[in-house]
Design a protein around this ligand. Structure first.
Ligand SMILES: Cc1ncc(COP(=O)(O)O)c(C=O)c1O
Length: 364
């Protein structure tokens, strides 16, 4: 009998599928917990922008129509916001789709991508799915990307360098000087992906905005998403800013209607909702302050975060995750990211954060 694994790209059969945050409904069903608190997927705890919700309601009667395959209006709106030509914008079904498409375009057996260890796991999954491999370079202090070491690790077969800034799951950033030095070190024939999913949360003045470094020699791809600060993760919309020739390749290999009509309409409304963004930032920075303070008090080592989640060393991540689940709080165990001692906790609403801390006190 034919084994389908023998027919696919080498490396695909060995992939461990992505382990998402446990859905609320599953915890309700399996553990009988009426109202679990989900702090597991770095979502926006205040909900979606009301402007986005209204836009979706208004568009529901058009659901018989296919979406605009090229997301024309959204492309133009994002281009105007970043003051770039629309031919430099690509809209994806979440930035995860764009990571997959980049790997599909540029990798194949024998070729590799380079990133850091403890980086967003989709870089590795996408590279393997395309038949390539991912070289994971050690971090500087266990939690921070070492861009100099990454630049040293690229070789003749490297086609993509994946960077997350801030990185998920550590919440750490690299600074401007290190980034500029890195850009000078990386050969022009490699695609550099600057994944800035949490861009809007960062307040550190040394945080580099990779959009300032686009030029026509480098193959730099900046990724942003509507899943985090804009609170629209369920719609699956993200985008890339890159050279027109890279955008053109992405458009060749995407599905014809890769972004839903409701997704396009809602993110256009959500983008303009400054009040929603302001409230989100306020809830997040208060939550970070509260959680870091409580972790200090409880003697739990944690990694100071620039994003909307915190990586905490609780001794045994999987065991604490299981116990917290039974206490009605969903966090994310980090063994799959090479941190068996840690859990990653997304910042919630004040009462959700308090529930987490109360549960942690009981569990530890
Ligand atoms: C670093 C990073 N990049 C990309 C994404 C993907 O976001 P989306 O596909 O929802 O746009 C995430 C989501 O958790 C992330 O943490």
């Amino acid at each position: 009998m034919f084994k389908p694994e023998d027919l696919v790209q080498p490396g695909v059969a060995a992939i461990h599928p992505y382990e998402p945050g446990k859905p609320i409904e599953e915890v309700q069903r399996e553990l009988g917990i009426a109202e679990p608190v989900k702090l597991a997927s770095n979502e926006n705890p205040i909900g979606p922008s009301p402007l986005a919700v209204r836009a979706i309601r208004d568009a529901l009667s058009e659901l018989n129509r296919y979406p605009d395959g090229g997301s024309w209006a959204l492309v133009h709106k994002i281009a105007a916001r970043h003051k770039v030509n629309p031919n430099r914008i690509f809209i994806g079904s979440g930035s995860c789709e764009i990571i997959n498409l980049l790997a599909f375009l540029f990798l194949r057996p024998g070729l590799n991508a380079v990133s850091s260890e403890h980086a967003f796991v989709i870089y590795q999954l996408a590279s393997a799915a395309a038949g390539g491999s991912l070289k994971a370079v050690p971090m500087r202090d266990g939690y921070t990307f070492d861009l100099d070491a990454i630049a040293t690790a690229v070789d003749d077969n490297t086609r993509i360098v994946f960077l997350g800034n801030p990185n998920n799951p550590t919440g750490t950033i690299y600074g401007r000087a290190e980034w500029k030095r890195f850009l000078k070190q990386i050969p022009e024939r490699m695609v550099i992906v600057a994944d800035e999913a949490y861009f809007e949360f960062v307040s550190d003045p040394d945080y580099p905005d990779s959009l300032e470094d686009h030029d026509d020699t480098r193959m730099l791809v900046t990724l942003r998403t509507f899943s985090k600060i804009f609170g629209l993760a369920g719609l699956r919309v993200g985008y890339a800013v890159a050279r027109p020739d890279i955008i053109s390749l992405l458009n060749k290999v995407r599905q014809p209607f890769n972004v839903t009509s409701l997704g396009q309409i809602a993110v256009m409304a959500g983008m303009d909702d400054e009040e929603h963004v302001r409230r989100t930032l306020a809830v997040n920075s208060e939550g970070i302050r509260y959680l870091e303070g409580e972790f200090k008090r409880l003697g739990i080592p944690y990694v100071p975060s620039h994003a909307n989640f915190i990586l905490a060393d609780v001794g045994s991540g999987r065991a604490v995750y299981e116990k917290l689940l039974r206490a009605g709080v969903i966090v994310r165990p980090m063994d799959g990211y090479g941190y068996p001692r840690h859990v990653r906790i997304s910042v919630g609403l004040p009462e959700e954060n308090r529930k987490l801390v109360a549960a942690l006190k009981k569990v530890l």
